[in-house]
Design a binder for this molecule. Sequence first.
Ligand code: GMT
Length: 378
Amino acid sequence: MKIGMVCYPTFGGSGVVATELGLELSKRGHEIHFITYNQPVRLDLLSNNVHYHEVTVPEYPLFHYQPYELALSSKLVDMVKLHKIEILHVHYAIPHAYAAYMAKKMLIEEDIYVPIVTTLHGTDITLVGSHPFYKPAVTFSINKSDAVTAVSQSLKQDTLRLFDIKNDISVVPNFIDLEKYKHSFTDCKRGMMANDSEKIITHISNLRPVKRVEDVVKVFYNIQKEIPAKLMFIGEGPEKEKAELLCAKLGITHKVIFFGRSNEIDKILCFSDLFLLPSQTESFGLAALEAMASGVAVISSDTGGIPEVNIQGVSGFLSEVGDTDDMIKNALHILKDDARLKTFKNNARKEALKFDLHAIVPQYEAVYQDTLSKCLVL
Ligand code: GMT
């Protein structure tokens, strides 16, 4: 199949999922065309079947806001025609599903029919999309997609609750390339980060308010009061300074490393013991799954799709959003007993197996096949 993949090219989970999906589909013989404004961060183009087409929006002083959707729609039209793309898979409703619908309509004028598969990732529904400013356009785009998928049962339920949806939504969970995480254990450089007696606690995110990074610092502060430990923060975002200031105020700056953005998540996770994800909301929690695939136990909030990934008392523990006391208690319960820690780490890896890309990617292929065959009937 020739598939156009539209996504955000940044470090966000939706872009990562779209990129990994495109790369795996290309290995399975499909021709993949990434269409976005920058080369996606996890995309290497060393394959015949993978192409990247950049969307550029020329600056014009009349425009207070540069019209990205318009440029994207036009690019989609051009690329579908030039490369004979058969299906468009758009990740994140805003503005991708909307732009794809416009492209589809323009192409129909030229007797070209290209169906749209929209994958909902989370904040496009729970935070941004349900805002009254966007809601009519998001509802319309979801209802006009030829197929809609959500990355968790929880996100599907949220979408049905928040919008007036006439379309079916199938759940295709996020996935992980377990091979990538297996290899990393051989070159794990734990000694560079901490000494043998110290436990390594990790948090990875885009450090936005929804991630509650101050809870991460609070939980770590109380862990390190009882046992030797280090905290690794990976990512960049608007809450980073708050986290740094809180570390300084609590006098733990020397125990906290801020890595910034990293393409070597697997190398950092391979020496981590515990992953903290105290988010306000999380439709899936891909970062937690990546941690689990590396054999890292997870302390998270009990919100959104996280309980579909992190299993209570098995791969880690879940607490009410903001209940840092419970998170501290659970973290210490795991970390204070080496045998227990080992069990949780092993369980985390086993739970991650459920999200093996070899099991999930064929589900997307089935969605494409089904969508294309329905369109042929029309
Ligand atoms: O986590 C973020 O803020 C980034 C965001 C994105 O769209 O890139 O992540 C969302 O999609 C991920 C991939 O499907 C999910 O794993 C995250 O849980 C989801 N984030 C939220 O719902 C806050």
